[in-house]
Design a protein around this ligand. Structure first.
Ligand SMILES: [Ca+2]
Ligand SMILES: [Ca+2]
Length: 121
């Protein structure tokens, strides 16, 4: 007995040629806005980290919210891990920086933004 399944995937574009997304690198999902819906996080090759708010809990995302800026310019975050690192109930973000030999986490300081008050791990 054989079982075969055919699954179709339809592309859904979240960002297309947006100036805040320069060469998307690492991607992750997490509830950044703390409203129960998974938001979307992306890093760019220019060092920017942006997130997109999930507007309806399904597939409608906001424009990029460029509220994470990594100070050592032009070093792309190649890995990204969202989690609540300080246990305050708000999703934080950790990134590994290629070429800069650092792992940095960004504290989510509120329900709408993630502040740049990062510290090295
Ligand atoms: Ca959310
Ligand atoms: Ca937190």
């Amino acid at each position: 007995m054989s079982i075969s399944a055919h699954i179709d995937f339809e592309p859904q574009i979240i960002a297309d040629s947006h100036p805040d997304i320069v060469g998307p690198y690492a991607l992750a999902t997490a509830d950044i806005y703390s409203d129960g819906d998974k938001d979307f996080i992306a890093t760019s090759t220019n060092g920017d980290i942006v997130w997109f708010e999930n507007l309806d809990g399904q597939v409608s995302f906001s424009e990029p919210k460029k509220q994470l800026l990594f100070t050592p310019m032009n070093f792309p975050p190649i890995t990204i891990i969202p989690d609540d690192f300080n246990g305050d109930g708000k999703m934080d973000i950790a990134v590994g920086i290629y070429g800069f030999n650092q792992i940095i986490w960004f504290e989510n300081a509120g329900s709408l933004s993630i502040e740049e008050n990062s510290s090295n791990l």
